[in-house]
Design a binder for this molecule. Structure first.
Ligand SMILES: [Zn+2]
Length: 71
């Protein structure tokens, strides 16, 4: 596998869902649901989200019901 990680959000049709669906944060690496839940008014900077599926920890910025991975 020469091409690393999938970038961007989950794509459902033409709409991009930025790592959050129904309040659950999704893993930016394997796109599976994590056990982290956020509220629409949750704000967090550089928040570590652990993925129980691929066992990676992703650092996310969470704001306005969206979670975006930070570098
Ligand atoms: Zn994962």
């Amino acid at each position: 596998m020469g091409f690393g990680l999938i970038r961007g959000g989950l794509r459902i049709g033409k709409k991009e869902v930025y790592m959050v669906k129904d309040g659950w944060v999704y893993c930016p690496i394997c796109n599976n649901k994590t056990r982290t839940k956020i509220r629409p008014d949750t704000v967090a900077k550089r928040f570590p989200v652990f993925c129980p599926v691929c066992k990676n920890e992703s650092i996310m910025d969470i704001e306005k019901g969206k979670a975006e991975p930070t570098k």
